[in-house]
Design a protein around this ligand. Structure first.
Ligand code: CAA
Length: 379
């Protein structure tokens, strides 16, 4: 089958971005949400993004208009899905909600249509069981902002047909993005298994090391070469996404992250980050905004616990054959913008120092920090 028409379910941060990059690759796109007002907001964001890309001469203004007109916003689920080859579900990360969505789709959509989920943390095999086509079901996980981030994790479930893996890998390549196959359907897949725990760890750092958010973020940016600080990135991603991802991952595997209660408090209090005007930092509006981080502030904090937790989860991924070292490095570079490879960062700081830091944390705060063998063996 050749994919020509694509339907994106959910027009939030990820959904509207996936719709845009699909339209930019020449697909006809149906963008579906439950209310017109969500679609209006999404189409505004798409317009803004296309204009930005045109300003930077990445596309012409004519192309921007064509891409925009190739996206058809729709509320009617049947109309949005009855003539499509691929449905990418990008609704909020709530298992019950996804169950409802797939329940509706099962009765509406022709059997050949591929179902893909942009879930960031829910197991693909569990989701596939909610559908009447587990062999035609796959995970395709984009990164925020989909318009700029090159990585897409492709996650086959237990029953996913090999042909679907190929089809989806080709679709991802046609978007001019790099697919990385996640060999095992583990909580958080590759990148979120590293990123999400860092939000909790950075919160612990504030209490344990008595530092400020912008000191931690500046250190992460200038000493670890991350493009954004952890709190900045959490606000940019949305505390709703972070909380739900944390909850789902923790439910299935206690070793992924050490929950910090502040994440749930912020979620309950609607302090969601950039999208609500307030998260770890304050924002003027919903538009793209950056936090002022400086090399001077970075000198006041040594982010060894943050690096330790990231590298330890990376080691777990390698030890458990979830991905190769090459894929891991590629995923972190293209999905999180890391300029230096994670184990290179450890080597720069000294592996013994990082392992000892983890052992010290293990002694004080428990098994979560126990260093994996791959990290202990790093020379
Ligand atoms: N479309 C088009 N342009 C956009 C854009 C969009 N959606 N969003 C931002 N831009 C523009 C900005 O407006 C800015 O333009 P100007 O130069 O005119 O101001 C430009 O792109 C970016 O410039 P910056 O100097 O601010 O940014 P940068 O060089 O640091 O790059 C970035 C921005 C690519 C976002 C980079 O900071 C980065 O890689 N950050 C990390 C992002 C990340 O880790 N994402 C993954 C999160 S986890 C996830 O998504 C998975 C999940 O399931 C939770």
């Amino acid at each position: 089958m050749t994919i020509k028409n694509v339907t994106i379910l959910g027009s939030g941060i990820m959904g509207h971005g996936i719709a845009q990059v699909s339209a930019m690759a020449g697909y006809k796109v149906f963008l579906r949400d439950i209310e017109q007002k969500f679609l209006d907001k999404a189409m505004e964001k798409i317009k803004w993004s296309l204009q930005k890309l045109a300003e930077k001469n990445k596309i012409t203004s004519d192309k921007a208009e064509t891409f925009y007109s190739n996206i058809i916003p729709m509320v009617d689920l049947q109309a949005a899905t009855n003539n499509t080859d691929l449905i990418i579900e990008a609704v909020p990360e709530d298992f019950k909600l996804k169950e409802k969505v797939y329940g509706e789709l099962n009765n509406l959509v022709k059997k050949e249509t591929i179902f893909a989920s942009n879930t960031s943390t829910l197991p693909i095999t569990e989701l596939s069981q909610l559908t009447n086509r587990p062999e035609n079901f796959i995970g395709v996980h984009f990164f925020n902002p989909p318009q700029l981030m090159k990585l897409v994790e492709v996650i086959p479930g237990k029953e996913t047909n090999e042909i679907i893996v190929k089809e989806l890998t080709n679709y991802v390549k046609s978007l001019n993005k790099s697919p990385v196959i996640c060999n095992k359907d583990v909580p958080g897949f590759i990148v979120n298994r590293i990123f999400i725990p860092l939000v909790h760890e950075a919160l612990y750092a504030l209490e344990r090391d008595k530092v400020s958010k912008d000191m931690v973020d500046s250190a992460v940016k200038f000493k670890l070469d991350f493009p954004m600080g952890i709190f900045e990135l959490a606000d940019y991603t949305g505390l709703d996404v972070i909380y739900k991802a944390s909850y789902e991952m923790n439910l299935r595997d206690k070793k992924v992250l050490l929950m910090h209660p502040k994440v749930k408090e912020m979620y309950d209090g609607m302090e969601l980050g950039q999208k609500s005007g307030r998260g770890f930092y304050e924002y003027k509006g919903e538009n793209y905004e950056r936090i002022k981080l400086t090399p001077e502030k970075a000198t006041q904090y040594e982010p060894s616990s943050i690096l330790g937790v990231a590298a330890n989860n990376a080691a777990w991924l390698i030890e458990n054959n979830v991905c190769t070292l090459e894929d891991l490095n590629n995923a972190l570079k293209l999905g999180m913008g890391l300029k230096t490879e994670i184990f290179e960062l450890v080597k720069k700081q000294s592996p013994i120092k990082i392992v000892n830091r983890l052992k010290d944390l293990e002694g004080r705060y428990g098994d979560f920090y126990h260093p994996h063998k791959y990290l202990e063996d790093l020379k």
